[in-house]
Design a protein around this ligand. Structure first.
Ligand code: UD1
Length: 365
């Protein structure tokens, strides 16, 4: 059997790692197509090398553009790839423009499509990711859901018969890397200059379009981060750097120390070394939860509602509305004592995905 994985953006490479490893345990043929949506070494190459992912078989080199341009270019570029590969399944990941383009290109060629991380919903139709998820779920033939919550959303949209609960493949990779990081016991490296890894710091990322693209909103969020009472290690995504420059906004102010995005293992190390995480990333909310660090999410809603239980994650859409003291207290609060539970599965989701796709238990183990 031949399965073609379509990936393009950083979070998809993290999810690809355990899937590629699970396919490598079988005799099935797994083909990796990289759309090139992310092309910076920090956002792409280091994930292949760091997570031991085989080099992509096909690289489309699409790059950046408006949503229409980027999605359309990927869609057109996939036609000849699918015609040549004739896969038994096309596997798309998450909620990016690469996901939607992969799903649409495949259904138009009558190729079966499976969606990994199906059923997530923010119910915020202003997010590009929400359109991408909803449209991909409704186009796909097989919906691989990470959580019971996601299964519920799929059933509510009449998609229950195509859905199956496999767990979250990010648990597979996060636990494996966490164990390696614990075993070597090294302190975090690659933090922004001015952040001492032995003193308390908050780890921060900010890249969602709804936070970066509105100048007033971005300025307010940066001011709130700058006012925090501990150093804020801001690992700046190129979108954030670009938008801040366009808006004439200085990121390095007050408590904020600006650095570059980190490779996956360094990110896990940086979360473990921190007193907490402040982010708008879906993946990082979950990683904070899995690694036992409190998270403050700079959004009004989250797809990963399980992280909100027992105060492991708090939603703060508008830090200024909280008031300075409550905001500082929230961002620097201690980790809850309640255990996190295992709503995201047992760390063997990728093998389950491969078994569901191939319809057999053909792993060599
Ligand atoms: C994309 C996903 C988002 C995901 C994120 C992870 C969509 C709609 N959004 O957002 O869901 O959370 O990836 O990082 O697919 N850029 C570079 N170098 C790169 C890539 C991007 O400089 O390698 C800059 C460009 O200016 C580009 C901007 O970042 O225009 C945004 O990139 P894009 O791929 O459009 O979306 P992301 O914000 O990365």
């Amino acid at each position: 059997m031949k399965v073609v994985s379509i990936v393009g953006a950083r979070p998809q490479l993290v999810k690809l790692a355990p899937i590629a490893a699970a396919f490598a345990e079988t005799t099935h043929h797994h083909v990796i197509v990289h759309t090139g949506q992310h092309y910076d070494a920090d956002l792409s190459d280091v994930f292949f090398s760091g997570l031991g992912i085989p080099r992509p078989d096909v690289h489309l080199g699409i790059g950046s553009g408006s949503h229409g341009e980027q999605t359309g270019r990927i869609l057109a570029a996939l036609d000849p790839v699918f015609a040549a590969q004739r896969p038994d399944w096309v596997l798309v990941y998450g909620d990016t423009n690469s996901t939607l383009a992969g799903a649409v290109a495949a259904v138009k060629m009558h190729l079966p499509v499976a969606h990994l991380e199906a059923g997530l919903r923010s119910f915020n139709r202003r997010m590009p990711e929400e359109h991408n998820r909803v449209l991909t779920d409704h186009a796909a033939d097989l919906l691989l859901a990470p959580t019971e919550e996601a299964m519920g959303h799929l059933r509510a949209e009449g998609l229950g018969s195509r859905a199956t609960l496999v767990g979250d493949v990010m648990v597979d990779v996060c636990q494996r890397v966490r164990d390696r990081v614990h075993a070597d016991g090294e302190p975090p490296t690659g933090l922004p200059e001015g952040v001492d890894p032995r003193s308390p710091y908050l780890l921060c990322t900010l890249h969602r379009a709804e936070n970066t693209d509105d100048p007033r909103r971005l300025a307010a969020l940066v001011a709130a981060l700058a006012a925090l009472p501990v150093p804020v290690a801001l690992l700046a995504h190129p979108r954030l750097v670009g938008r801040a420059a366009e808006q004439g906004l200085k990121l390095e102010q007050g408590a904020i120390r600006v650095g570059r995005p980190l490779p996956y293992a360094e990110m896990v190390r940086a979360v473990l070394g921190s007193v907490g995480v402040v982010t708008d990333s879906g993946g990082l909310q979950k990683e904070a939860y899995l690694l036992g660090r409190p998270c403050t999410t700079l959004r009004a809603e989250t797809e990963w509602v399980e992280t909100l239980h027992d105060d492991w994650n708090r939603l703060v859409a508008d830090p200024a509305a909280l008031g300075a003291d409550a905001w500082a207290e929230t961002a620097t609060r201690r980790a809850p004592t309640a255990p996190q539970g295992t709503p995201y599965g047992d760390g063997h989701a990728a093998r389950r995905v491969v078994r569901v796709l191939t319809g057999s238990d053909s792993t060599k183990e």
